[in-house]
Design a binder for this molecule. Structure first.
Ligand code: CP
Ligand code: NVA
Length: 300
């Protein structure tokens, strides 16, 4: 693996090795030195709390130098292309992490850059999130194969990466979405081809029935703010509340990539309740991204 632009850049073995290493790094968070003398640029074209901080801490804990950059501070903000930015940055830094809009922007950067490129969220995918989510599910369920994960809400970037990761891990992934908000059919087919059992339904309760994990995300993603009001109306029946959680398997966990819009896609009772593992997910971003950096930069 040279870059991580999509979960599909991994294979089942690479996924297992990453999660094993992430577990090891979680159990021993002592300072490491594999990235001494190396710099990782972190470019954000959209806001971020977890991704920004977890990547900065990850690089620092591996002995490297994190370089967070906002697109507006770079000449990117004045129209320099991502390709030109990528070739120049490759003369200074050892990896580039990018949060952006279209997946094509990541592809342009990766094609031009001489160093590994990591997708820190695009409109199509959020692979680092899915890796942390699978680490969380594996810790809770002891395995991934055959585990049922029900994602309720928008068939968005987070849903896409979960589908693909579920494919690599041979999970059952169910998507319960309002009409018009299904995940991309190409991604669903790709997930099936990788090994997932996929159910896509407009019935939230059917999606959640007997599931081991229930996952949701915001109804309007970054860049969709203008649609937020209309989406609030359309998505209201898809809110994850205690009643919906009761349809899941006994002991089922609740997951959310965060940030949450409390009272919209999830009630406080569920988000803050005993089934919630959202803080473990957020923490696992750190461990799994350390594992990813060690793998990409040759310290694993
Ligand atoms: N889950 C996630 O990526 O959070 P941020 O947008 O805060 O980075
Ligand atoms: N789907 C959300 C995820 C945020 C981490 C978004 O793209 O805004």
């Amino acid at each position: 693996m040279e870059d991580l632009l999509s979960v599909a850049d991994l294979d089942p073995d690479a996924l297992r090795r990453l999660l094993d290493l992430a577990d090891e790094l979680r159990s021993d968070r002592r300072q490491r030195h594999e990235l001494t003398g190396r710099t990782v640029a972190l470019i954000f074209e959209k806001p971020s709390t977890r991704t920004r901080v977890s990547f900065q801490v990850a690089v620092a804990e591996l002995g490297g130098h994190p370089l967070p950059l906002s697109a507006q501070e770079l000449q990117l903000g004045r129209g320099e292309t991502l390709a030109d930015t990528g070739v120049v940055l490759s003369r200074y830094v050892h990896a580039i992490v990018l949060r952006t809009f279209g997946q094509d922007r990541l592809e342009q950067l990766a094609a031009a850059a001489a160093v590994p490129v990591v997708n820190a969220l695009s409109d199509s995918e959020h692979p680092c999130q899915a890796l942390a989510d699978l680490q969380t599910v594996r810790t809770e369920c002891g395995t991934l194969e055959g585990v049922t994960l029900a994602y309720v809400g928008d068939g968005n970037n987070v849903a896409h990466s979960l589908l693909l990761a579920g494919g690599l891990a041979r999970m059952q992934v169910r998507i319960g979405h309002p009409s018009g908000y299904a995940p991309d059919t190409h991604v669903v087919e790709q997930a099936r081809a990788l090994g997932a059992t996929v159910v896509v339904t407009e019935d939230a309760r059917a999606a959640v029935q007997g599931a081991d994990a229930v996952y949701t995300d915001v109804w309007a993603s970054m860049g969709q703010e203008a649609e937020a009001e209309q989406r609030r109306r359309t998505f209201a029946p898809y809110r994850v509340d205690a009643t919906l959680m009761r349809a899941a398997a006994p002991g089922a966990i609740f997951l959310h990539c965060l940030p949450a819009h409390r009272g919209e896609e999830v009630t406080d009772e569920v988000l803050d309740g005993p089934a919630s593992r959202v803080l473990d997910q957020a923490e696992n971003r750190l461990h799994v991204q350390k594992a990813l950096l060690l793998t990409l930069l040759g310290g694993a």
